[in-house]
Design a protein around this ligand. Structure first.
Ligand code: BYC
Length: 480
């Protein structure tokens, strides 16, 4: 095990990859840096760029004590290149090269596939910052404002992580791709981001919490798959990204929970026990539970699309070559080649949704998506516990995977949240009760008024149980 994990802050770009001795890559990154700062100032958080924010910055790539907290102005954040420690005995965990030593360079035959995956991963990182750029001005508290900016600076760092790989291992092509990552923009008609969910708006804070619950969790699963890569620098960089990513999902899941908690409290105080009495609940200045369910439906299904098609030769090739693995591949106990295995896949067949066996190699996207759905359930269980505790008869449920899909087997059909196949007319008739409408959006928008007094929270969301870095309730997370 290589133990050199602490970060060198002596070069212009903090790193634990010895950039000081890698002049070519250091120069390439220094050349890319001004474009990044320019992107951050024009496409990153709107406003607040001169305000000190209580942020964590990575100081070490070890699991114990890897970050420090301090006030930083966002443009001064030290975005760096941080890889998890190298394990010199690591072998390829899957596919046709199973058991061979991992690669420190990209084999020629896998170059195109690897570059494509790194570019897709890289593209999502700045996209999410762009999607969230308007949220600062309506933050429900300084605590939430800080959390938004923490997520944003770390997504920025994740872009750096992918750009480092492109610049170091992919020559001129890599340099061009690195520039393109700053050119495409979320929702831009001429140069959109690569994957669907990253061109959607994040119009309000409930969307932000849903996005960090569901879409960041897709990020977790995809990073977990890349963390198993035979290309060791990719595996190591994604392992470190996963440590940061955990906080983003915490922000999402606890954010929704705090919204639910406030709604339930307000209902109990007003003596309302019918959660579907939407007008009365909304009149209390809180978000009704059915609307929260609709938002969950939307963000969950947009995130399911990020897993690609259920049956995919791209996925089979990526696994077979060792370019990416399954979720926690190194803890699975099968032959890690899967050439003669099958996996059950949901497909629409003759007007019905059926579970049928498919070759396991082709079904790897489906398998990762199944792991994702299980992972999502942890958050849902926590939300329902909050509702139950308040004594309200309502349960948040994840919709069926056939519901509201744009990619894969179910993109050609319409299905209800419980998985019945519908006619176009039935879909049109019901969709407004399943997905947020313009009126729902307008109502949520009407609540989005900033609360910037330390220790105070907007009326539609409860305070958190604990502060960040154990800070007290009235801590000034952002100095305005
Ligand atoms: N939108 O074989 P198929 C994150 C394309 S999020 C548009 O079904 P494959 C984060 C596909 O490109 C994680 N196009 O799929 C979260 C292909 O096109 P080509 C990001 C799509 O390749 C929050 C064709 O359809 N990382 O980190 O097996 C905040 C057939 O593809 C979509 C990754 O995704 C779509 N949704 O799987 C910040 C990891 N889906 O090539 C960050 C890297 C499919 O035939 N990416 N297509 O023209 C991958 O592993 C895979 O590319 C995918 C798709 C899982 C995305």
């Amino acid at each position: 095990m290589n133990v050199v994990t602490s970060v060198d802050y002596g070069t212009s770009i903090p790193n634990n990859v010895n950039l000081a001795d890698d002049r070519r890559v250091l120069k390439a990154l220094e050349k890319w840096h001004p474009g990044y700062i320019d992107w951050w100032m024009t496409m990153g958080p709107e406003g607040f760029q001169n305000n000190p924010v209580y942020l964590r910055t990575a100081t070490n790539a070890d699991v114990g004590g890897w970050a420090k907290f301090d006030y930083v102005k966002m443009p001064d954040y030290r975005w760096g290149i941080l890889l998890a420690p190298q394990d010199e005995n690591r072998t390829i965990p899957c596919g046709e090269h199973f058991g061979q030593p991992v690669w420190q360079e990209v084999p020629g035959e896998y170059r195109a596939m690897m570059r494509r995956l790194i570019v897709i991963q890289g593209d999502t990182e700045p996209a999410s910052v762009e999607q969230q750029r308007h949220l600062g001005t309506t933050a429900p508290s300084l605590y939430d404002l800080r959390n938004l900016f923490q997520v944003n600076v770390e997504e920025g760092r994740h872009l750096w992580a992918m750009v480092y790989l492109l610049q170091k291992y992919f020559g001129t092509d890599g340099r061009e791709e690195a520039n393109e990552l700053l050119r495409r923009q979320s929702g831009n008609e001429d140069a959109p981001r690569m994957l669907g969910a990253f061109n959607e708006a994040t119009p309000d804070w409930l969307s932000f919490f849903m996005f960090t619950t569901f879409t960041d969790r897709d990020g977790k699963m995809q990073l977990e798959a890349l963390a198993q890569s035979a290309f060791d620098p990719l595996a190591r960089t994604t392992r470190f990204m996963l440590m940061e990513e955990a906080h983003h999902m915490f922000v999402g899941v606890t954010g929704v929970q705090r919204v639910i908690n406030r709604t339930c409290q307000a209902m109990v105080d007003a003596g309302i026990d019918d959660p579907n009495d939407i007008d009365r609940v909304r009149a209390l200045g809180v978000i009704d539970l059915p609307t929260i369910q609709k938002k969950a439906n939307l963000h969950f299904t947009l995130s399911l699309d990020l897993f690609g098609s259920e049956i995919s030769t791209n996925a089979a090739n990526a696994f077979n070559s060792g370019v990416k693995g399954r979720f926690r591949e190194d803890r699975l106990t099968d032959d890690h080649r899967l050439t003669s295995d099958t996996y059950p896949v949901l497909r629409p067949i003759d007007g019905q949704i059926k579970l049928v066996d498919a070759p396991a190699l082709s079904a790897l996207n489906m398998r990762l998506r199944d792991d994702y759905v299980k992972d999502c359930m942890k958050g849902i269980d926590m939300w329902n516990k909050t509702i139950r505790k308040a004594g309200i008869d309502f349960e948040i449920v994840l919709p069926h995977v056939a519901f509201h899909r744009q990619i894969g087997e179910f993109s050609s059909i319409k299905a209800s949240p419980t998985g019945e196949i519908l006619s176009d007319a039935e879909w049109e008739e019901n969709k407004d009760s399943w997905l947020p409408t313009k009126a729902d959006g307008d109502f949520i928008d009407s609540l989005m008024v900033s609360e910037f007094e330390p220790g105070k929270f907007a009326g539609w969301i409860s305070p958190p149980k604990m502060g960040i870095d154990n800070r007290p309730g009235d801590f000034e997370y952002v100095k305005l």
